[in-house]
Design a protein. Structure first.
Length: 345
């Protein structure tokens, strides 16, 4: 396991981060603790959560993921682990979360942090992220910016001022973004520099063989602003394992939760997946390990977030750290990308 410095922070994060959005919905607390125990024995020191987890979110399960982690975390060496979580932004219609108010403003930030600290049973959060922007942006599979959807938003300077206060109070060490745009990265960095406020050290966006949108303007932004990518969905909702090529297996997220993973249901996705699976088989790799190894190979990726519903899946995914893709394999993957560019952005 390699460890990478996260942006301009002093955090050295494992190249694999354990994602936890299934904890409390598809995974019991016993399952969750088994995954956490195994992950740290393999060198993982980085765990990512969110206040709205598990997914799909609901009033009945809200906060379960952080609570499951908290019950485990209280028995660990806290200073050996990097714990990340997120505040939910506005626009998703979660009326059960803070009475429907999710603006990234002073009251919501402070309340969300205090609630997360209580559930996680810790005194501080290493990396606190804005789950999606306070302002309108295309997100979660949307690709077209529509200025007519713009509305009220909390100024970025005001958001950063609150984060400065909670960092000064010792509740948070560093801050990051998620589901952000190049404009957002640059604005958060510029305003922080101009006003002497905390600089974001990371961005958590989707990145995988079916969605390489980050390769363009986002990569340029993180390069110049020294922000590390925490790549989520490296297996593209499990589609890159190849298990959905011929049918939809029972007990998978796509089968269990109607309307989930819509961006991966386009016809061209199956063709692209089949091509990537064929490369994996030819090089005697599992499709999952090939997909994760590809994400790990990118210069802008600080850590790759993996999630699993079974311990067997977790073991297979973690073994990807032993897979190094040579230039020939990478060239073949690029050739498929040229044929099927970003079928699931």
């Amino acid at each position: 396991m390699q460890y990478n410095q996260l942006g301009e922070s002093d955090l050295k994060v494992s190249e694999i981060c354990l994602g936890t959005m299934t904890f409390g919905r598809q995974n019991t607390i016993e399952d969750a603790h088994q995954q956490l125990d195994y992950a740290i024995t393999q060198g993982v020191n980085f765990i990512d959560a969110a206040e709205m987890y598990p997914v799909p979110p609901s009033a009945e399960t809200y906060g379960f993921t952080e609570s499951y982690i908290g019950e485990w975390l209280k028995h660990q060496q806290r200073n050996q682990l990097i714990i990340a979580t997120k505040i939910a932004g506005p626009g998703r219609g979660f009326k059960w979360l803070r009475d429907g108010s999710q603006a990234i403003d002073r009251n919501n930030i402070k309340q969300a942090i205090d609630d997360s600290l209580e559930r996680l049973q810790t005194d501080y959060i290493d990396l606190y992220q804005i789950h999606w922007p306070d302002r309108y942006v295309p997100r979660f599979g949307q690709t077209v910016f529509d200025p007519y959807q713009l509305g009220e938003t909390v100024p970025i300077a005001e958001q950063l001022e609150v984060f400065a206060d909670v960092i000064k109070a010792g509740k948070v060490r560093y801050i990051g973004l998620s589901n952000e745009t190049p404009w957002g990265i640059v604005q958060f960095s510029y305003i922080a520099e101009q006003l002497g406020l905390p600089k974001v050290v990371s961005i958590q966006n989707a990145y995988n063989l079916l969605n390489r949108v980050f390769d363009g303007a986002l990569a340029e932004a993180v390069y110049y602003e020294n922000v590390g990518l925490l790549a989520y969905s490296p297996l593209a909702f499990g589609f890159l394992t190849g298990k959905y090529i011929n049918s939809t297996p029972k007990n998978t997220r796509v089968a269990l939760f109607e309307g989930f993973g819509q961006r991966y249901l386009k016809p061209i996705v199956k063709d692209a997946v089949a091509a990537y699976v064929e490369i994996a088989q030819r090089y005697q790799l599992s499709p999952a390990q090939l997909a994760i190894a590809f994400v790990r190979s990118r210069w802008f990726v600080a850590s790759t977030i993996i999630g699993a519903t079974t311990i067997e899946q977790l073991k297979e995914n973690l073994e990807s750290v032993n897979v190094v893709l040579d230039k020939d394999i990478l060239a073949e993957l690029d050739a498929v990308h040229v044929r099927y560019p970003n079928p699931a952005p």
